[in-house]
Structures are given as structure tokens and as C-alpha cells.
Design a protein around this ligand. Structure first.
Ligand code: DAH
Length: 336
């Protein structure tokens, strides 16, 4: 056989394999060309009939043909298999792709921000590692106050008087230091205390501080502001009440309660049958604080308040254990 003839046969074989349209035809062509008694082995036996000087090239072409035919068939087969398997079945139900959600605590924080923004408050921030000056001295905390002890507060270094802030009230001082009055800010942020954890306490939690200082600010405005806030948060029926209290940084000071939004004030397990739920502390900014930052306490007055964001969250969503908020258990988080 001549080389030219072989080349023609080769081209025909490859063409025929390429044109295989189904898996069955591919398999039939494999048998036809590559099996023991197939056409390609048959061609090898023809080497005997080839002129001596052409034998080498003849063999080369045949070897290459066998390789190409083999690869071609394998590739065709695997491409057929894939398309069979990957065929899209439009009747199958879709797979759920998990979607991230807002954490309930941050939902509450953002809701608080939103409500106070609408009343003209802006959001202030401050460092979480503070000096004793901003946490205690400037806030009029007496020398003997237990919060100054390492048993109550988490000190980074007692000698250099650095500690993790125990309240966001420090941001009141930082805000007032920076500019002149009026001030109308809230500061939601993390605070830290040396607490043993239980269902109502964690060593890290979130506070939202509020401060409003201007000429002629009165206690009535404090009441009106908090009442408006709680009505948006817990419903228009909500009432507030103020109980006298003591805070070093306010005078007079009060604790603020709202009517229980579960029973409407009648008394239930949530409010321990009192009809009221305690939600924060507040008062009129102590004149000493204003003087500490060089604000004229004769001309300016103001109010301040502090709210626990976990407590607001737990009450709103019916969460019984504060630790659930921080454990990142998906079974808990997926409910919100
Ligand atoms: N810092 C107080 C606390 O840790 C909360 C608070 C009470 C903040 C009264 C205030 C305030 O600004 O006026 O419980």
C-alpha cells in the first residue's frame, strides 16, 4: 500500500469518528476501528506489503492514527456523558442559599439611632479603652465609688489608669470638650464590666447614651423625649414613669420605667406583676460636668440618659437569656 492511500484512509477514519452523533455510534466506531480485529490493527498488518523505504513512515502515520482515534473517541464519550448528567431538570425544586441577616442586637441599635435621628440627635462615638478621667473624674464619680475598683471594672493597666469603658457616658465629656453647646447626641456602643455571666449579665454589653444641652432645657423635655422614643419602639399606648434615683453625673436623677407592653400594665410574668418595666437611667446633667468642660452652667442646662440595648432587645423579641445574644447559635439567629 502506498503512503498516499494510507493518508486518505486515515482522514476518512477520523472524519467518521468525528461525525458520531450518539453514544451508541461512538461505541460502534470504537469497535470498528480500534478493536483487535478493527480497521486500524488491520492496517498494521499491511506493513508487510509496503515498500521497504516507506515502512518507517507508514508505521509512524499508523501509530499516530491509532492514538488520535483513541483520544477522539474518549473525548467524545466523556463530553456525551457530561451533557447527559448536567442536563438541567427544570422540574427540580431549587436549593436554598442561606442569606445573612441583621443580628437582633444591631437591629435594635439601628432602630434606636433611627428614632433619635428623627428627633434631631446625631450619633457620636468614642474609644472603648478609656482613661479614668473620662469614665470617673469628669463624670463626677466620687473617689470611693466601687466602679473604680478592679473588682468591678476591667482595667487594661491600673497604673496608667486605662480601662475598658464601663459606660458610654464618657462620650458626653468628649463631645462637650470638642465644640460649644448646643449638644444633641446619642452614643450607642459597647461597654465592659467585671461581671460573672448569667441570664441577665454579660461582661460585655451595649449601652446607648443620650445627651441634650442647650439654653432652658428642662426635665419636662427629658420626659417628652423618652416618652416619644418608647412610643415608637413599643407602641403608642406606652406610658413612662420616672422614679427618683442617684447618679453622680445627673441631678436630679431618675430611673425610667415603661408600661409593660405584654400586658399593657395589668401585670404579668414579664413585668413581675407590677405593670412596669425598668429600662434605663436619666437625669439633668450635673452642673459640675458642664464646668469640667468649660460650659457655662448658669446659661446652659441639659439632660442625659442611658439605655441598655440588650434589655431593649430582649424585651422586644421575648429573649429570656442575654447569653443567647452573644453565642451566635444559628438556631437562635435564624428566628429574626
Ligand atoms: N451610666 C449609667 C449606667 O451605667 C446609665 C446612665 C444613667 C447614663 C443616667 C446617663 C444618665 O447618662 O444620665 O447605668
Amino acid at each position: 500500500m502506498k503512503i498516499d492511500k494510507l493518508k486518505q484512509i486515515r482522514d476518512n477514519i477520523l472524519e467518521e469518528i468525528k461525525n458520531s452523533q450518539t453514544l451508541e455510534i461512538i461505541e460502534a466506531n470504537r469497535i470498528k476501528f480500534l478493536s483487535k480485529k478493527g480497521e486500524i490493527p488491520e492496517l498494521f498488518s499491511k506493513i508487510r506489503e509496503v515498500a521497504n523505504e516507506e515502512k518507517k513512515e507508514f508505521g509512524k502515520i499508523l501509530n499516530k492514527l491509532r492514538e488520535e482515534a483513541y483520544d477522539l473517541i474518549n473525548n467524545l464519550k466523556s463530553s456525551f456523558n457530561n451533557t447527559e448528567e448536567d442536563k438541567i431538570d427544570l422540574s427540580l425544586p431549587g436549593r436554598n442559599i442561606p442569606v445573612g441577616k441583621y443580628h437582633p442586637l444591631y437591629k435594635m441599635r439601628d432602630e434606636i439611632k433611627q428614632i433619635f435621628r428623627q428627633m434631631g440627635f446625631s450619633v457620636a462615638t468614642g474609644p472603648e479603652i478609656e482613661t479614668e478621667y473620662y469614665i470617673f473624674d469628669a463624670l463626677n464619680m466620687p473617689e470611693w465609688h466601687p466602679a473604680r475598683k478592679i473588682t468591678d471594672s476591667l482595667y487594661v493597666d491600673k497604673d496608667s489608669q486605662l480601662l475598658l469603658r464601663t459606660e458610654t457616658s464618657s462620650v458626653q465629656i468628649r463631645t462637650m470638650e470638642k465644640t460649644d453647646p448646643p449638644y444633641r447626641i446619642i452614643c450607642p456602643g459597647r461597654v465592659y464590666r467585671n461581671e460573672k455571666e448569667n441570664a441577665t449579665h454579660t461582661a460585655m454589653f451595649m449601652h446607648c447614651e443620650g445627651l441634650y444641652v442647650d439654653e432652658n432645657v428642662s426635665f419636662a423635655e427629658l420626659k417628652g423625649t423618652l416618652l416619644a422614643f418608647f412610643k415608637v419602639l413599643y407602641g403608642n399606648e406606652t406610658k413612662v414613669r420616672f422614679r427618683p434615683h442617684y447618679f453622680p453625673f445627673t441631678e436630679p436623677s431618675a430611673e425610667v420605667d415603661v408600661t409593660c407592653f405584654k400586658c399593657g400594665g395589668k401585670g404579668c410574668s414579664l413585668c413581675k406583676n407590677s405593670g412596669w418595666i425598668e429600662l434605663g437611667g436619666c437625669g439633668m446633667v450635673h452642673p459640675k460636668l458642664l464646668e469640667n468642660v468649660g460650659v457655662d452652667s448658669e446659661k446652659y442646662t441639659g439632660f442625659a440618659f442611658g439605655l441598655g440595648i440588650e434589655r431593649l432587645t430582649m424585651l422586644k423579641y421575648g429573649i429570656n437569656d442575654i447569653r443567647d445574644i452573644y453565642e451566635n447559635d444559628l438556631r437562635f439567629l435564624e428566628q429574626f
